[in-house]
Design a protein around this ligand. Structure first.
Ligand SMILES: Nc1ncnc2c1ncn2[C@@H]1O[C@H](COP(=O)(O)OP(=O)(O)O)[C@@H](O)[C@H]1O
Ligand SMILES: [Mg+2]
Length: 591
């Protein structure tokens, strides 16, 4: 089946989300839509799936114009979609979920349930989905839930499958598994529209890449196209993709966190005895799939949620029970994850927001009156420095685009003098050009002696910035690594493997015993439990808290390796040999 979009235009008020988009998806093709946040990718596939009606343009299937007034029309036309946020009912089984809304269960009852379970099993086997029809969806890891959504679309005989940013919720291992499934589907003749803002992913999986910028198609390229070219198409100008980072020269311990615990839902801890240290002049990157305690870690460090146990010290000063304001005054800079919500006052001007924490102090205030001149001058400098697109510093910050609002917070927090910078997802939603700028500024902070803690679910970002890496899983730190760790090994820790298992696996990968890519999919990674189901204690979301000593195998991967990383997929590793960084893992051991 061949799918054609012709001149699709979709407006939201004065905003043109899709501007005369032409796109042809051939049968048996993986067609990537690459674009920045806000480029219009989701809007386009919503039009394709009947969720939004285009203002202009038409959709043709095998040359026939279609009227896709709703998702049920799209489904009838053979189009299936896996949304960015899944639409599953947690307390239902897989089989119940995949037939929700399908007529056959309603009409035929029991007999049909049997057929559904058989169909799910068949599809699961044919495409290696490892989905059991009788499992409750709430018991499944996110990666498997996504596959349930795929089964749902396949049961409805989708010929074209739309995947909207499917990898954003996956570990690297789960992403590889998804890619394998996508290739299987393609060889079965299905087409896939794959949405991503990550260059590496589209280069790896797509047959062809359409780049969308500000609602327009700005080019179609083969997957062999260079990073630089794809990035400049996405952003509209050339960008430097990677910050060059001199080795760190860490000083004294600045942030000392011991046994930090934050209560969570029911009797589970959201943060469970987390211990680590960050030195002056060092960047500790906290990797992990979203929702494994990173948010709580930040909130506890900033005093936004109380610590149930443990301690937080900054330069020896006990801040465990200090208020957020006291912490800011002790020199903590904070870039919150949800910037619109926590970081800005929408009605205040750009200039005012740039000095929000310090407006009542010199040089901005003499005690009674705000010094408008100084405020405006500082604001103008920061607006220029951070390339904040605003008509003036007097513009209310709430009217800026998301990316520009984020730059206002970054400019404020990085712009002032801090002892410790805590940055959560610092570049989420920024374009590639701004990412490069922010990364450079964060490294500069480090080089001026600031202790930096970066929390990011983007592995590229972790690799680009970290001098040391900690991995969080289910509220715990599961291991510390140097930045030359193979991505597969980080992936295992992110999926909940024990420190020792991940290290052993990493050592094997480093020695080329496990080749990257396909071979690894079928052997090592699978056995190691990276791929989800069937391995209790490793894969699921509901792993029982196991009694593992911290840092058992810590660092062993580096010892026996020459650092060449021959067997690993190159990923984002960029650091030199094993001896490069200071292997300071003192934070790993709470005793
Ligand atoms: N329902 C809507 N109402 C108003 N504006 C919208 C709506 N959906 C999307 N937009 C806007 O359209 C633009 C494109 O959004 P979207 O398609 O979600 O981008 P992408 O998926 O590429 O990140 C954005 O500026 C977004 O704010
Ligand atoms: Mg989107």
């Amino acid at each position: 089946m061949k799918l054609e979009l012709k001149g699709i235009t979709k407006r939201y008020g004065s905003l043109v989300a899709n501007d005369h988009i032409d796109l042809t998806v051939e049968q048996g093709q993986i067609h990537a839509l690459l674009g920045e946040n806000g480029a219009g990718k989701t809007t386009l596939v919503n039009v394709l799936y009947g969720l939004a009606q285009p203002d202009e343009g038409e959709i043709l299937i095998d040359g026939q114009p279609q009227h896709l007034g709703s998702p049920s029309h799209a489904i009838k036309a053979g189009i299936g979609m896996v949304h960015q946020h899944f639409m599953l009912v947690p307390v239902f089984t897989v089989a119940e979920n995949v037939t929700l809304g399908m007529e056959r269960t309603r009409v035929l009852g029991l007999i049909d349930r049997r057929r559904t379970r058989r169909d799910v099993r068949e599809l699961s086997e044919r495409y290696g989905l490892q989905v059991n029809p009788d499992t409750l969806v709430e018991d499944l890891p996110v990666g498997v839930q996504q596959r349930v959504e795929i089964v749902k679309a396949l049961l409805r005989e989708a010929n074209v499958l739309i995947l909207d940013e499917p990898t954003s919720v996956l570990t690297p291992g789960e992403s590889q598994e998804l890619f394998r499934i996508m290739r299987e589907l393609r060889s079965g003749g299905r087409s896939i529209v794959f949405i991503s803002h990550k260059l590496k992913e589209v280069q790896e999986i797509a047959d062809t890449i359409t780049v969308i910028r500000r609602g327009r198609v700005v080019g179609q390229r083969p997957p062999t196209t260079s990073d630089a070219e794809l990035a400049s198409l996405m952003v509209g100008r050339s960008v430097q993709l990677r910050v060059t980072k001199p080795p760190a020269s860490p000083g004294d311990v600045r942030l000392d966190v011991q046994g930090l615990t934050v209560a969570g839902e029911e009797d589970k801890s959201a943060l469970d005895e987390v211990s680590f240290q960050v030195r002056a002049g060092e960047i500790l990157g906290v990797a992990g799939v979203q929702g494994n305690g990173q948010t709580e870690l930040c909130e506890a460090l900033l005093g936004l949620v109380p610590a149930a146990a443990g301690s937080v010290r900054l330069e020896g000063q006990d801040l465990t029970h200090a208020t957020p304001r006291q912490r800011l005054h002790s020199g903590v800079g904070y870039i919150p994850e949800d910037r619109q919500e926590d970081g800005l006052v929408a009605g205040f001007s750009v200039g005012e927001n740039l000095i929000l924490d310090v407006y009542n102090e010199p040089p901005y205030s003499s005690g009674i009156a705000l010094d408008r001149g100084t405020i405006n001058k500082t604001a103008a400098e920061r607006v220029a420095d951070f390339d904040i697109r605003t008509t003036s510093t007097a513009t209310p910050v709430g009217t800026l685009s998301g990316g520009n609002q984020q730059k206002v917070i970054l400019a404020r927090e990085i712009g002032r003098d801090v002892r410790l910078l805590v940055a959560s997802q610092p570049t989420r939603g920024l374009d590639v050009g701004s990412i490069e700028f922010v990364h450079r500024r964060i490294v500069e902070e480090r080089d001026q002696g600031v202790a930096v803690l970066i929390i990011s679910s983007e592995l590229d970002e972790i690799y680009a910035l970290s001098d040391r890496i900690a991995v969080m899983y289910e509220g715990k730190i599961t291991g510390f690594r140097d930045p030359d760790v193979p991505p597969e090994e980080l992936g295992m820790l992110m999926a909940g493997a024990s420190d020792a298992d991940a290290a052993a696996f990493g050592a094997a990968a480093d020695h080329g015993q496990i080749a990257g890519g396909e071979a690894a999919d079928e052997t090592g990674l699978m056995e190691a439990g990276l791929y989800g189901v069937g391995l209790p204690g490793v894969a699921g979301n509901r792993r029982e808290p196991a009694d593992e000593g911290p840092a058992a195998g810590d660092g062993t991967h580096a010892d026996g390796s020459d650092g060449s990383g021959s067997g690993s997929q190159s990923g984002g590793t960029q650091s030199g040999g094993s001896g490069s960084g200071p292997a300071d893992d003192s934070g790993a051991d709470p005793e």
